[in-house]
Design a protein around this ligand. Structure first.
Ligand code: AMP
Length: 122
């Protein structure tokens, strides 16, 4: 059985698709962590960042660029948004098809490392 994101890309499983071209698809996350939560995925099954860098590294730039365009279109670009790739088990990657999370529409806390760094610099 193909992975869930491959099936959404192919139109074989439900997905709220916001953008699609020959290389990538963007759809809403089914369990949103923010008012705007979109996943941007390569259309072909690519498990990890390393695999994408080996096969089509230019797509990575296009995915980030598309994320920004979507953030603008969804009205969250001005106030800021977060882009996340959970790559591998230690990062908590659950779906084994590389995806870029776009999160926006609410104030998110700075990460703890940044706070520690800010304290050290003060
Ligand atoms: P990650 O932990 O980075 O692998 O994130 C996987 C994300 O995929 C989670 O935020 C899930 O809510 C989301 N997700 C899983 N299945 C679906 C689906 N069928 N449609 C939309 N989002 C999904």
């Amino acid at each position: 059985m193909r992975c869930i994101f491959c099936r959404i890309v192919a139109g074989e499983a439900d997905g709220d698709i916001l953008f699609q071209d020959e290389k990538m698809t963007a759809f809403r996350d089914m369990r949103p962590q923010a008012p705007t939560h979109v996943l941007i995925v390569p259309n072909s099954h690519v498990s990890s960042l390393a695999e994408l860098l080996d096969t089509d590294s230019s797509l990575l730039v296009r995915m980030f660029s598309q994320a920004h365009h979507l953030a603008e279109a969804m009205g969250v670009a001005d106030k800021g948004y977060r882009l996340i790739i959970n790559n591998g088990p230690d990062a908590g990657q659950v779906v084994d098809h590389l995806h870029l999370h776009l999160l926006g529409g609410k104030r998110m806390p700075p990460n703890r490392m940044s706070l520690r760094w800010k304290d050290e610099m003060a």
